[in-house]
Ligand binder design. Structure first.
Ligand code: PGA
Length: 275
């Protein structure tokens, strides 16, 4: 199952707002019977334990937006991957462009974070994406290759990995990638994973960057877009649920369109001649 939806709340919401949003999401998922839609909420780390206990028993998992490799240590202000896992979280984001560009996280550190997270039992959404100037200079594929090659090296647990393609120029800008741009990048990322020996056909590759109910259906309709990493639109339960509905409808439709039902593949003539 490649479908996956994730909410990245970033540095937003006061405690009582976070709790209400979690309760609303929980009841929407229950009411709509979306138990089969794998969904991950990435709240600010302060709300991690509360989120884990509120969403217990659901397919809604909880993740941390960031984590530091290791267990314990003199790293003031950091929270370790081991501590995150011990609090009941199942996922962590690694390589988000806001971490790369505002906090200067290197590929070496990202690789350490990714591997340590997996070693502690966490699944990782590894984010990649080009800036506007890189796209305009025709470097998109080079940047994506480098972000994949330099971080996904050595012992990677592929079954504990999803990729998010998040063009930096689309994050929080209201400008989203066109469905064709998203598909082109996703197919390229999948081919890179395949070349590395990963089970690329079963790995979720999510799109992120100004995803909204208005554009989600057309982006999710692309063959290699398996879901979304939603920022701004995940801060309201209605818009996050509307995006979830697009993913469910879109992928069900895609599955139907691409389904190989031997009955329906029989040539018309032979169907007629059989009667
Ligand atoms: P956005 O953020 O949906 O607000 O553009 C996406 C992200 O940064 O993960």
């Amino acid at each position: 199952m490649r479908r996956l939806l994730a909410a990245n709340w970033k540095m937003h919401l006061y405690p009582e707002e976070a709790i209400s949003l979690l309760q609303e999401i929980r009841s929407l998922w229950e009411r709509n019977g979306w138990q089969t839609l794998p969904t991950v909420i990435f709240p600010p780390i302060l709300y991690l334990r509360e989120a884990v206990s509120l969403l217990r028993g659901m397919t809604l998992a909880v993740g941390a937006q960031n984590g530091y490799p290791g267990e314990f240590g003199a790293f003031t202000g950091e929270v370790s991957m081991a501590q995150i896992a011990a609090c009941g979280a199942k996922w962590v984001l690694v390589g988000h462009s806001e971490r790369r560009y505002y906090f200067g996280e290197s590929h070496e550190l990202l690789q350490q974070k990714l591997k340590d997270a997996q070693r502690r039992g966490l699944s990782v959404i590894y984010c990649v994406g080009e800036t506007l100037s890189q796209r305009e200079a025709g470097q998109t594929f080079d940047v994506l290759s480098q972000q994949i090659e330099e971080v996904l090296q050595g012992e990677i647990l592929w079954e504990k990995l999803a990729i998010a393609y998040e063009p930096v120029w689309a994050i929080g800008t209201g400008v989203h990638a066109t469905p064709a741009q998203a598909q082109e990048a996703h197919a390229f990322i999948r081919s890179l994973l395949q070349a590395k020996g990963a089970p690329a056909a079963s790995m979720p590759i999510l799109y992120g960057g100004s995803l909204k109910p208005e554009n989600a259906s057309e982006i999710f309709s692309q063959a290699d877009v398996d879901g979304g990493l939603v920022g701004g639109a995940s801060l309201k339960s209605e818009s996050f649920a509307a995006i979830a509905a697009c993913l469910i409808a879109g992928k069900d439709h895609t599955q139907l369109a691409g389904s190989r039902d031997p009955q329906s593949e029989a040539p018309l003539e032979s169907e007629h001649s059989a009667h």
